[in-house]
Design a protein. Structure first.
Length: 103
């Protein structure tokens, strides 16, 4: 499934991060590390549900521990910021989490 666009999120620090946006049924290749944001987009508004980081997005999303929460919120978007450094991913996640107002 190709990407459907990009989304730029501004962290609490003021730094902006551009994430590739995909439909909720996206199947990623193995061994892609990064920060991911699960959201529901309806009528042009985006409601953020979850943010996380991983060394390998593919198996994580195939059996995510929060899948029931995603389904209950009618998620339909996965946004992804590729980065191999766990330290950088954690810093990005912590910068974005306070401003996303997670559902």
């Amino acid at each position: 499934m190709p990407k459907v666009g990009e989304t730029t999120l501004k962290g609490q620090s003021g730094k902006e991060y551009t994430l590739n946006a995909y439909t909720g049924d996206m199947e990623f290749n193995d061994f892609i590390p990064g920060v991911y944001v699960i959201s529901a987009v309806q009528d042009g508004a985006e409601k953020y549900i979850f943010i996380g980081e991983t060394d390998n997005i593919h198996p994580l999303l195939k059996a995510h521990p929060e899948q029931a929460k995603f389904d209950a919120a009618n998620y339909n978007r996965i946004s992804f910021y590729k980065n191999a450094s766990r330290e950088v991913r954690t810093a990005i996640m912590e910068d974005l989490k306070p401003v996303l107002k997670l559902a």
